[in-house]
Design a protein around this ligand. Sequence first.
Ligand SMILES: [Zn+2]
Length: 156
Amino acid sequence: MIRTGIGIDVHRFTPGVQMWVAGLHFPDEQLGLAGHSDGDVVCHAICDALLSAARLGDMGSNYGTSEPEWAGASGIAFLAETRRRLETAGWRIVNVAVQLIGDRPRMAAYRAEAEALLATTLGADVGLSATTTDHLGFTGRGEGLAAIATALVEQA
Ligand SMILES: [Zn+2]
């Protein structure tokens, strides 16, 4: 049996916070992403897509604010734990596609590095793309970032 899943995540830009996207640190960015954790929208959207595909709930039900051990956790830590939960439930990740939506940071120069890190963490192929919204909406106004992901899993 194979299944697809989908996930979306959004975080607001905030001063005084480090920018982490797709598991990578962007120290030159003036703003970071606010959230219960590090606000890494790419990793969080992937987690939701994986949990969706395996019918294991979502990030809120797995790592909610009632679980303080996940406060401040990195996006990569969430991905590694989500992979573990899928494998425990008998699922293998086939591949993931994720798209970052927003103007900053510019991902083109870091795409290969991000894909390699995400793929190593998940033990599966990961494709990362990025787009902008023609200055429309919260991403176009530079208020935050969004990401959308799909995942394919199969019973191990
Ligand atoms: Zn998030």
